[in-house]
Ligand binder design. Sequence first.
Ligand SMILES: *Cc1c(COP(=O)(O)O)cnc(C)c1O
Length: 180
Amino acid sequence: VPRRRYSGYVTNGGTEGNMYGLYLAREAHPKGIVYFSEDAHYSIPKICRVLHLPSASVASQPSGEMCYEALARRMQKNRRVPAIVLANIGTTMKGAVDRIGAIRSVLRRARVRQSYIHCDAALGGMLLPFMPGSPPFDFRAGIDSLAVSGHKFIGMPMPSGVVIALRKHIERVRTNIEYI
Ligand SMILES: *Cc1c(COP(=O)(O)O)cnc(C)c1O
């Protein structure tokens, strides 16, 4: 994916990056529902509350990875509603990774026409790219935005993180500030 198609910024932590990603998702799909697994970080339901985003919790497998059949069942009930899927790239307790390919095939099979995938890679984002054979979770895999933490795996001394998103989503919320 060409560099000009995405952008991002340094945040004050994983929560802020996830909030930004879900904010861009809401602006793209104001009527959307957020799907996330039971193993998602506790900040995710909190962010949905702050952003007034309806959400649906999806069962997890014993490994902590999302159960894709449970996701499909949840989606079938809301097939006409845009789906915002929060994928865990390393859950806090078990390090489980939700597969982007499996999520996209559920979206296709449920015939959900509008969707957005945000990756909460606070934990795994700094680690998995360096592990051979780890599942893809980048823009090529079909995600829309991704948040990583700076104070977890690379041990930044101050709370921080990075969020990146497709530029088309950022353009939607852009405003011009006269003095900068
Ligand atoms: C730690 C963590 C967060 C929140 O990050 P903060 O930097 O504490 O805001 C979000 N998601 C996951 C998976 C985490 O492990």
